[in-house]
Design a protein around this ligand. Structure first.
Ligand code: NAD
Length: 297
């Protein structure tokens, strides 16, 4: 029987655990606070930010919502980030990407105080992750580690194949898998758009993390029996639904499920974990900034 990993249930457990940490912080006079900054009128970005705000409220994190006109000069965004850096009440800062073309995205990531960089994308935090001394693990790969742990999948000594090399998913995932640490110790291969014979790589894997953004590109014929499949992809494809589309992953779920010992669905797999781990990092930031010891789930 294939174990379909329930990301909603694992995310709920994380949120419950964070609730306890938030109570400890409250007893010490601290309310974790996340500032989101949106400089876009893209409906998807607007939705992501409002979901993050709602998630915060649900667990007792204060959410500050800053919106900047996408046509405003870049300086306005940098000034906002500076103000949030200096604001002692703000524990975490998240600038929703992508920012408009006239704003240098890398400069934005560098401008955020690394202690408040709850996405974990500041070069200092990327460096610490690679060096095995992570301050904030990026939310999606961290969530995947938690999912694997909850599904009793031991990564040690396993062959892991990560499909995708983005800065937000593929690279940090691979870096976490190779660390000499729990959830790591995997022999890791990173595949990408220039990989020749992807199927040969995925067939040799014990664990496949699919993060390419290509609808259902990995099917059962590319997998071996007993593989663990983590599907990060969220792709809109045209469909005869009310909205005119449906969401599918990077994995063809039905054929992959025939081979897999465990698999995540889309939706309801990695997505809820990414959201939960942002809350985790915000609570962690609040604990370390207030110098209060908290237990994290
Ligand atoms: P990206 O576009 O930045 O990177 C995609 C990567 O996949 C690239 O490195 C590219 O080299 C590789 N790739 C593209 N086509 C390939 C192919 N045919 N074969 C092998 N590799 C190929 O994307 P991203 O930001 O890493 O996101 C990947 C997917 O995950 C998207 O569908 C995105 O929506 C989704 N996503 C989901 C979550 C979540 O919480 N579930 C979080 C982030 C991203």
């Amino acid at each position: 029987m294939t174990h379909v990993i329930d990301g909603n249930a694992v995310a709920q457990r994380i949120r419950d655990g964070l609730g306890e940490a938030i109570e400890t912080l409250a007893a010490n006079g601290t309310t974790p606070t996340l500032a989101t900054v949106l400089m876009s009128d893209d409906p998807a970005s607007e939705t992501y930010v409002s979901m993050k705000q709602d998630d915060c409220e649900e667990v007792g994190i204060e959410a500050i919502d800053v919106e900047i006109d996408p046509d405003a000069p870049a300086e306005e965004l940098f000034e906002t980030v500076e103000e949030l850096n200096a604001d002692d009440d703000v524990d975490g800062i998240l600038v929703q990407m992508p920012v408009p073309d006239h704003v240098d995205q890398r400069a934005v990531l560098r401008a955020i105080d690394p202690e408040k960089d709850v996405d974990g994308f500041h070069p200092e935090n990327v460096g610490r992750l690679v060096a095995g001394d992570a301050r904030y693990k990026p939310c999606t790969p961290h969530g995947i580690q938690k999912l694997l742990e909850a599904a009793d999948v031991d990564t040690e000594g396993k062959d892991a194949v990560v499909v995708g090399r983005s800065d937000i998913v593929g690279k940090p995932m691979a870096n976490l898998f190779i660390q000499k640490a729990p959830g790591g110790n995997a022999t890791t291969t990173v595949c990408h758009s220039r990989t020749e014979d992807l199927a040969a790589k995925t067939r040799a894997a014990d664990i496949v993390v699919a993060a390419a953004g290509v609808p259902e590109m990995i099917d059962g014929s590319m997998l071996s029996d007993g593989v663990v499949v983590i599907d990060v992809g969220i792709n809109r494809v045209d469909a005869d639904t009310e909205k005119g589309y449906e969401l599918v992953g990077d994995v063809d779920f039905e054929s992959a499920k025939e081979k897999a010992s465990a698999i995540t669905p889309v939706p309801g797999g990695v997505g809820p974990m990414t959201r939960a781990m942002l809350l985790y990092n915000t609570v962690k930031a609040a604990g370390s900034r207030a110098d209060v010891e908290i237990e994290l789930p």
